[in-house]
Design a protein. Structure first.
Lengths: 310, 310
């Protein structure tokens, strides 16, 4: 079973609008409401592929009730810790004429220290049944120091995949996360190193076993102590990139849960599921075309002496 | 008591964002959630001025529960008819750097015919205690033909103020509404007449007693069979014009409820409350500066032979 941990869940609300004119009023059909936050997207993708998952997160207020109701409707297995603070919202406006999406993410309100202690306890308890633990996304402002380390420790000996940013990315590597999935900007922000391979190696040096580096339309790199592999599609796909990283993490988790550690196999599925997410309007879904995307992409070894990521 | 009728209520959600870049992701503090829809704004403004009001509207789904909870918190007296369809949402993004607001209004889902019959019945029952009835805003797509006429009829002999647009504006005049409050675009759309005075006179000819014509920064006109009065501030105000028209309607309703029919008195309060609404970030609020705004504005009679609205 894959256990996903979402410290800062959100109710994702998406509207499609014919053409957005800043400063104007627009009419739209009823928006789509979905339980979101990166860890819930990871769980949703794996669940849709028939993989056994459990999503652990918090829920509070009227928005927490919406989050719970949507998870029950969609059937994603979940364990929700009730908290006093209302669950945050994330608002997406899709401009149909331009095809782009403008997003406003509420920062979120931190649960209390006592609620966080319960949350770590719930992860510890549920991790006992898991073969891999995924910790994804931001923490609400004001979350206690050491929370990420406590969540990794609560996972025990199981492999832990962490998708986060900022100083937490370094903390995750230091605390023994097995797999990290930064994008290029997150990696250079966290490490201060402009070369992505240097940044990835810094995370490996601190203790990570595998760094999956998403490069957007240029595909993805898998960096281990022994090799650097690159995967990319024959042509970039148009669509909604929101949730593409979560689909990649979900792909990694499904293979790690089966005990598969072959880097090329992991990279191929991660890149294909990520591309398949771009084809779908909502984060947390991947297109059924993912097997042909996995066929279509090219995996190649990078000559690490040249440090050439192109 | 002022009875306000809102056939298409909304949960109004407002976020302030430092600078909105189309196609980007943004972080924001938790948004403000308020029961909205024009008639609820009218009720909120009057209630804040200590005037006896009752807001009649519908509520359905999780959003309907939010609407009810917010009305209970804010203390606006209300009578909510439970309906099956979820209450719509209205999303506003305020760009702090530009000072402008971009809005997405869901169209709304119509209650069933049986629910509308109950709604008209509730208006009929509550109107017995009212001295004026206000019917404000749009109807959801698919609302039955003749609903506005039925709501006006349910108000009995009481004066009815209607703030709506399109063919419903003509229907309101035909059905005996006492006061109508279109803006310039709504009036020319509905009547097909480009001159606003011609448009206002068409509404009077059909049966309205007073047309309050809002002209944005140019103030407001009050048109009766006998006179045309213009009111404007010495200088336009910067701010959020959302809800300014509702504040004007609320001002008219508070005076009509007291039996005051003097056009200049009505025009002065309507223009001042409308301007006072522009100074507030959320629709449904007016600035406590409204008495000085009422002092500041100039009311003048327009020579109707010249049909000059400047």
């Amino acid at each position: 079973m894959i256990l996903t941990v979402t410290p800062n869940p959100a109710v994702d609300m998406t509207w499609e609008i014919d053409r957005i004119v800043p400063g104007d009023s627009h009419r739209a059909e009823t928006g789509a409401v979905r339980a979101g936050g990166k860890g819930l997207n990871v769980a949703r993708v794996a669940h849709a592929q028939g993989v056994d998952v459990l999503a652990v997160t918090t829920a509070g207020g009227a928005t927490g009730a919406e989050l719970r109701a949507e998870l029950e409707t969609s059937g994603v297995p979940h364990h929700l810790l009730p908290v006093a603070a209302a669950t945050r919202r994330s608002i997406a406006w899709v401009d149909r004429s331009l095809g782009d999406t403008t997003i406003v993410n509420e920062r979120g309100i931190s649960p209390t220290t006592a609620e966080w202690a319960e949350f770590v306890g719930a992860v510890h308890e549920q991790a006992a049944l898991a073969s891999v633990v995924v910790i994804s996304g931001s923490f609400p402002p004001g979350a206690p120091e050491g929370l990420l380390e406590a969540l990794i420790a609560a996972s025990g000996e199981r492999p832990v995949i962490v998708d986060t940013s900022g100083p937490l990315l370094l903390a995750a590597a230091d605390a023994g996360a097995s797999v990290l999935k930064p994008n290029r900007a997150e990696l250079s922000d966290a490490t201060g190193l402009s070369d992505p391979l240097d940044g990835a190696r810094e995370l490996l040096r601190r203790g990570a076993g595998l760094v999956m580096l998403s490069l957007g339309e240029e595909g993805m790199l898998a960096v281990t102590r022994d090799a650097v592999l690159s995967a990319r599609l024959s042509a970039p796909l148009a669509g909604n990139p929101t949730g593409a990283g979560d689909a990649a993490v979900s792909a990694v988790a499904t293979l790690v849960a089966e005990g598969i550690t072959d880097t090329e196999t992991i990279l191929r599925r991660a890149t294909a599921w990520s591309a398949a997410a771009v084809l779908m309007p909502l984060a947390g879904d991947i297109s059924p075309r993912h097997p042909e995307l996995a066929e279509d992409l090219t995996v190649s070894a990078i000559d690490t002496e040249k440090k050439d990521t192109e």
